[in-house]
Design a protein around this ligand. Structure first.
Ligand code: CP
Length: 307
């Protein structure tokens, strides 16, 4: 792999995406066998300034399955020297002496880019700021669509929920902009609708998209529903409409009945109130399979960075 850091989705070319998916498929077989010891001389640091379940655990599990070792801090905001004012740049410079790769979740947009400017070892952006990027999540999301549907080309995908601040939908939109004949439906209340910078990028790539506020108008047509969490505190003057929005975009048995038999429901998780637990038993609920793809993609990325 000809890249040093993993910072944003725009950096991935189609040949590179194909290579990552190929290696992830190999990692699936390796994981079933229990892993490898190939990278037992490598150390990965996880430096998370924000909470995480999936990203941190799957990166750490991926490194263990590759035979490598992990160093970490429980909560970098409180338990690293950042808590008494050490700069991110100094922290990265110091960690460069101890580790072969740094997985960073930072609370500021472009935190990973700042880290990469001073780092000799690869920086992996594990999510930066609200409305920033989460490129490894986008890779596992794209891989999930590819595995579940056989191809990305021609897919009709509905993004639902908080599209203004959700870094996963922003990063995934950049990746989908590299594929032919996809149709993207951005479905959200206007106050949290997809931002202009992504729409301009899609215009530039000549990608078909529509912005809507009614989930039910397209639910029977789409191949993928990518549901996301609406955060109350992000609704601004519309905060009083939170419960109404949650109800309007809720996925339950009624929505399932209107969806195509081959469609899938994805969610980066964590889920709050936006998908009924009843949906979990339907084979179209792909979100837990999606979370398993996280370890495969992260094993693939680590092994490719180490080669
Ligand atoms: N999808 C995701 O980024 O989950 P975590 O916040 O638990 O890592």
């Amino acid at each position: 792999m000809k890249i040093k850091h993993i910072l944003e989705s725009q950096q991935f070319t189609r040949p590179l995406l194909n290579e990552i998916f190929y290696v992830a498929n190999q990692m699936d077989r390796m994981l079933i066998r229990g892993g490898t010891q190939d990278y037992n001389n490598k150390i990965m640091a996880t430096l998370f300034y924000e909470p995480s379940t999936r990203t941190r655990f799957s990166f750490e599990a991926a490194m263990h399955r590759l035979g490598g070792r992990v160093i970490s801090t429980e909560n970098a905001k409180d338990f690293s020297s950042g808590s008494i004012g050490e700069s991110l740049e100094d922290t990265i410079n110091v960690l460069n002496n101890y580790t072969d790769v740094i997985v960073l979740r930072h609370n500021e947009i472009d935190g990973s880019k700042r880290a990469a400017k001073v780092s000799q070892v690869p920086i992996i952006n594990a999510g930066d700021g609200k409305g920033g990027q989460h490129p490894t999540q986008a890779l596992l999301d794209l891989y999930t669509m590819y595995k579940e549907r056989g191809s990305i080309e021609g897919l009709k995908i509905a993004f639902v929920g908080d599209l203004a601040h959700g870094r996963t939908v922003r990063s995934l939109s950049y990746l989908l902009g590299k594929y032919e004949r996809v149709k993207l439906y951005f479905i959200a209340p206007p106050v949290i609708q997809m931002r202009e910078d992504i729409l301009e990028y899609l215009d530039y790539r000549d990608i078909w998209y529509d912005t809507l506020d009614d989930l039910h108008s397209v639910i029977s047509e789409v191949d993928v529903v990518y549901q996301t969490r609406i955060e109350k505190e992000r609704l601004g003057e519309k905060v009083g409409e939170y419960e109404k929005f949650v109800k309007e975009y809720y996925i339950d048995q009624n929505v399932l009945e209107r969806m195509s038999k081959d469609a899938i429901i994805m969610h980066p998780l964590p889920r709050m109130k936006e998908i009924s637990p009843v949906v979990d038993n339907d084979p179209r609920a792909a979100y837990f399979r999606q979370s398993r793809n996280g370890i495969l993609i992260r094993m693939a990325l680590l092994s490719m960075l180490f080669e």
